[in-house]
Design a protein around this ligand. Structure first.
Ligand SMILES: [Zn+2]
Length: 111
């Protein structure tokens, strides 16, 4: 599941930093083959749901298992979980090939 996306046309592997840049775009032109593809971010939602679930489990665990609630430890745990989740975002992005019809309309729009 944890794989960086590749160009759907030429299968060029995108590096972590490059994927991060595409986060704010709806579609992207491949630097290798110059073809336009769609950036799918649906998996990021799933990632956030998993992070929220993990954070909730850790919080409950800490609240029940630790003698005397240490709020700083609780906050630190949450920050670590959220940071780990943010670092995983580029691995959830997928590049999707447009079908022929939308590819043509997309090219018209970009001109
Ligand atoms: Zn390409």
């Amino acid at each position: 599941m944890l794989k960086l996306p590749v160009c759907p046309h030429c299968h060029t592997i995108y590096r972590y930093g490059e994927v991060k840049k595409t986060l704010y775009e709806k579609n992207h032109k491949c630097y290798h083959c110059n073809k336009i593809f769609e950036i799918s971010k649906i998996r990021i939602l799933i990632l956030f749901l998993i992070i929220a679930l993990i954070a909730a489990i850790f919080n409950v665990f800490e609240l029940y298992m630790m003698a005397g609630i240490n709020f700083i430890a609780l906050i630190v745990t949450n920050i670590i979980i959220i940071t780990a989740g943010i670092l995983l975002i580029p691995f959830c992005i997928r590049f999707k090939r447009y079908n022929d019809f939308s590819d043509k309309t997309n090219r018209k729009k970009s001109k």
